[in-house]
Structures are given as C-alpha cells and as structure tokens.
Design a protein around this ligand. Structure first.
Ligand code: 13P
Ligand code: SF4
Length: 317
C-alpha cells in the first residue's frame, strides 16, 4: 500500500514515528513485517523493561492488551497505543478479577505472584509480577517454605513447582495456544527429524514439557537455538518466534510444532495476529486506539510490576 505521495506503508510508519517521537515495541509473536519495523522486539519482560525506560512521548505496543496495560501502568503520563484493542489474551481472561480477589482474600497468609499475562486489576491485588523469563528465579527469591499463590497459568506454575520442590497454590488458568500442542504430532515429527531438539515454552502441558530437550521463555528459546550445536529444532510455542530464530541462525531448520485440532502445521495466537501493518500505520496516524488504566488501579498495579523490574535487575535479567 502506498499513499498519494507514493510513500510506502513502511515509509509512512517510519515518518510518523519520527514526527511524533513514538517508539514501536513488538512482541516476538507479531508477524515478521511488524517485528522488522519495530524499534525493539522482545518477550514480555523486555517489553516492560523498555517501556519503563523510554523517553518517547508515545509507546506503540504491538502485542496484546495486557502488554499495553503494563506499559501504561509504568508510564501513566505517556500515550500508549495498540494497533487493535481487541487483541486480548485467553490466559489473562482465565483469571477474572472478582473471583481472583476472593481467592486472595481466602488465603491472607499467602504471597501473591502473578504472571504478567493478567489484567491491571489482577496486578492490583498481586505482590509481585513475573514473566516466563524470571518466574523461577523470583519464586526462588522467597524462602523455601513461603506460602505462595501463583496465577494464572497452571502449566507454568506446575513446572516451577516441579523444578523447585515448592507447593505453590495454583490458579487454574491456561493459554489456548500453548495448551493445544499435540504430543503425538510432535513425536511424529521427532521420528522424521531424528536429530532435531524439541524446545518448548513452559505454558505448554506437562506431557509436551516432559519430552522436551529444552524448556524456556521466548527469549530463552531464541538464545538456546543460537548456542546449541544442533541444526534442527521442533518449536513448541507460538510460531511467530521462528521469524527471529531464522534471522539469528539462518542456516538452522525450525519446524513449528503442530496443534491437535486442525490440519494446519503451526500454531498462532489469533489475538496477536489481529495486529497488522495497516493497523499499526493508522494507530500512529490517529493516535488511537489508546490504552487507559483507571488511576486507582494503576497506582496499585505499578507496585508489583516495579518490584518485578527491581528483582530482575538484581538477578541480572
Ligand atoms: P513470554 O513473552 O514471557 O515468553 O510469554 C509468552 C506469551 O505467551 C506472551 O503472551
Ligand atoms: Fe495470551 Fe497465549 Fe496469546 Fe500469549 S499466546 S497472548 S498467553 S493467548
């Protein structure tokens, strides 16, 4: 697409971001064209870290709603835009605040650790936020016998419990993308590509985690593929990440792990894929849609998010 001046969509986005002193932050699950034009591409932790330190006037968060909210919580005086306000998250939706706040009230002696994939209102009743990059280390920064509620991802919570010997109380939530990888189809691929390593995000179910050679956050999976001497990887996470893996290791083969419910070979997050270059252009042009967070909620939610950033800095993450 070009406009009347013959400017391409990419050129128009570039011009607008400079004119408006905007920064474009994109998650690895965005389409390749959005990742390529973004100022920074990262996982949930990196997006929050960049938002916290940017001096741009406008943050365009190419990801899903909770990522935009996290940026807004950290930067209440900046304009935070998302290309499509309907880009939600099934994991965040699996933890509605009235039920979660009641659960927290029922366990007053527990520390509340919430994954960043939650609404601002859930963060407001949380003690410390985590992402998949720092969850294990942050849990381990509490005493072994600490009573902990971990929400909302039961798969990540179970995985951390199994690694650390903790008995965290888990909220029963999950991500519809990571839950639906097919163990059978992954093992079929493994029989076809005997040398391939299976690499998996910890939001996946236990049987997939158990057959994996490496389990880690989005950023950890990418760096693993760079340092591994293997040439082939079966990738059990949202397939957008393969764009960056291929850029960083162009000679290696990345095979998306298939879901169990379709004939499609790869597994995409339908929410993440609502964002397009056209919507990115129009959101920069119109400075909308904008993320808004109620001030009273934002004032509470910022505390566990900042605590996560401080702990991550101490942990060197
Ligand atoms: P990370 O970016 O923390 O790896 O999380 C994956 C995810 O599902 C984001 O929605
Ligand atoms: Fe949410 Fe899952 Fe999509 Fe990530 S991949 S945004 S956790 S629904």
């Amino acid at each position: 697409m070009g406009n009347q001046s013959g400017e391409s969509l990419k050129e128009a986005i570039d011009r607008l971001r400079k004119e408006k002193n905007a920064v474009i932050l994109a998650h690895y699950y965005q389409t390749g064209d959005i990742q390529d034009i973004a100022d920074c591409v990262g996982d949930s932790l990196a997006l929050a870290q960049w938002a916290a330190k940017t001096d741009a006037d406008i943050i365009v968060l190419c990801g899903v709603h909770f990522m935009g909210e996290t940026a807004k919580i950290l930067c209440p005086d900046k304009k935070v835009l998302v290309p499509d306000l309907a880009a939600g998250c099934s994991l965040a939706d699996s933890c509605p605040v009235p039920a979660f706040a009641e659960f927290v009230r029922q366990h007053p002696d527990h520390t509340v650790i919430s994954y960043v994939n939650t609404t601002a209102a859930v963060k407001a009743v949380t003690d410390v936020v985590v992402t998949s990059t720092n969850a294990r280390q942050i849990v381990e920064s509490f005493p072994q016998d600490a009573k902990i509620i971990f929400a909302p991802d039961r798969n990540l919570g179970n995985y951390i419990n199994s690694l650390t010997g903790r008995k965290m109380l888990l909220w029963d939530g999950a991500c519809h993308v990571h839950e639906k990888f097919s163990l059978e189809k992954i093992l079929e691929l493994k029989r076809e590509y005997l040398d391939a390593e299976i690499i998996t995000h910890p939001e996946c179910k236990r049987p997939v985690i158990q057959v994996s050679d490496f389990v880690g956050s989005t950023a950890a999976l990418i760096s693993y593929t760079m340092r591994s001497d293997k040439q082939q990887f079966i990738v059990a996470t949202e397939s957008g990440v393969i764009h960056d893996m291929r850029k960083k290791s162009p000679d290696k083969l990345f095979i998306p792990a298939p879901p169990n419910d379709s004939t499609c070979a790869c597994n995409e997050c339908n929410f993440m894929r609502l964002n397009t270059m056209e919507k990115l252009y129009s959101c920069l042009k119109n400075e909308a849609p904008e993320i808004c967070v109620d001030k009273a909620i934002g004032d509470k939610a910022v505390l566990p998010v900042k605590r996560m950033l401080e702990l991550s800095a101490q942990l060197g993450l």
